[in-house]
Design a protein around this ligand. Structure first.
Ligand SMILES: NC(=O)c1ccc[n+]([C@@H]2O[C@H](COP(=O)([O-])OP(=O)(O)OC[C@H]3O[C@@H](n4cnc5c(N)ncnc54)[C@H](OP(=O)(O)O)[C@@H]3O)[C@@H](O)[C@H]2O)c1
Length: 328
């Protein structure tokens, strides 16, 4: 391979970002590492931030965004993988400060690379992507903390997003009763079809008067919003309940007293998929392939590389929903 096509984000002299499809030379990518021909990638919120020139995500531009990639090994100087092996990469520094998966090729360290289990296609792997792996980690954290389906409802916030929708599907698959919190009333029917037993209005939730504790409603929760929403979730958990804290789509501050923890024994479980140990990622991908098998076609829109900048902008504006699978 001498040249390849990729989406490249550049920052102009006025500090404005633009992301466009370009043809690049092989030398744009690192020379050592596993060279992977990418078949599918996906869009995640972090990609939207990186493509907008957010220096907290990506320090140096021009840059290829894309924290997810699945494809086939082209060459590997470390000899860990043979040519033709089907592999995926999610997280680590891919798409942040290493050139990412919205590209025909990536070249990454061997210890970022997961061999795709036989039962999973590169396409299905990227329907899940980082959003799905995060939902799987949240689910695993709740199960490991004794949150079982007989204990009561599980609340999913940011329910129309990638993490939220896959969480709903997974909870439904595992026999949990899931309640969706969403700011998009027009998607209520779709969220019910995915397995939510009820859909709550995010706007109404936000308008509740602040109290130290609310009545105990949920056995557990998967939160992607953070901020005041997470505070409300913690105050509504039942005795011994737990919330998997995944995201910060609505805020990073937590104005919270200790009452839910010392009076109800609730737990906050931090989820960070990007730098989770490779062995843990491999274990979850095996589970996704063989036990937590979901058909995600209804929540995934397949798009081309050329279309990705438009969808990344929508994602940043909070107007997107579900998952965007990028065919390379
Ligand atoms: N911890 C990790 O390892 C990890 C991994 C992946 C993602 N994340 C984080 O998890 C969050 C969700 O990721 P995602 O991929 O699911 O993103 P997404 O597809 O953009 O979905 C986020 C959802 O949050 C809600 N939302 C968006 N902006 C909001 C705002 N300003 N105020 C309140 N609600 C808002 C919307 O849902 P409704 O309209 O339905 O309410 C939206 O669909 C992000 O913060 C992301 O960075 C963390």
């Amino acid at each position: 391979m001498r040249t390849f096509r990729a989406l490249v984000t550049e920052i102009n002299a006025e500090g404005q970002s633009a992301t466009k499809l370009q043809t690049l030379d092989r030398s744009f990518l690192p020379q050592d590492g596993v060279l992977i021909r990418v078949e599918y990638s996906s869009l995640n919120y972090k990609d939207a931030l990186s493509a907008s020139g957010h220096k907290g995500i990506t320090r140096h531009f021009p840059h290829i965004p894309g924290i997810d990639a699945a494809g086939v090994v082209e060459e590997d100087v470390s000899t860990t993988f043979t040519k033709g092996t089907r592999v995926l990469v999610t997280g680590f520094d891919l798409g942040m400060n290493a050139h990412g998966g919205l590209s025909e090729y990536i070249c990454v360290p061997a210890d970022w690379v997961v061999e795709i289990p036989n039962a999973l296609s590169t396409r299905t792997a990227m329907q899940w992507g980082t959003a799905g792996l995060t939902a799987a980690m949240a689910m695993d954290a709740l199960l490991s903390n004794h949150v079982s389906s007989d204990k009561g409802d599980i609340l999913v916030t940011g329910a129309s997003g990638g993490v939220g929708m896959i969480s709903l599907c997974l909870l439904n698959h595992l026999g949990f009763s899931a309640i969706a919190l969403s700011g998009k009333p027009e998607l209520e029917e779709s969220l019910l079809e995915l397995g939510a037993s009820r859909v709550l209005s995010r706007q109404q939730f936000a308008e509740e008067p602040v109290r130290a504790l609310y009545s105990m409603e949920y056995a557990g929760a998967i939160d992607t919003l953070g901020g005041d929403y997470l505070v409300q979730v913690v105050k509504r958990l039942k005795f011994g309940g737990a919330v998997a804290v995944c995201g910060m789509a609505a805020g990073v501050e937590l104005p919270l007293q200790v009452y839910p923890f010392i009076l109800r024994g609730v737990r906050m479980l931090g989820i960070y998929s990007a730098d989770s140990p490779l062995a843990y990622k491999q274990q979850l991908w095996r589970k996704i392939a063989n036990e937590w098998t979901l058909n995600l076609d209804s929540i995934c829109q397949e798009i081309n590389l050329e279309d990705a900048p438009h969808y990344l902008e929508n994602m940043l504006a909070g107007s997107s929903s579900g998952r965007y699978l990028v065919k390379i």
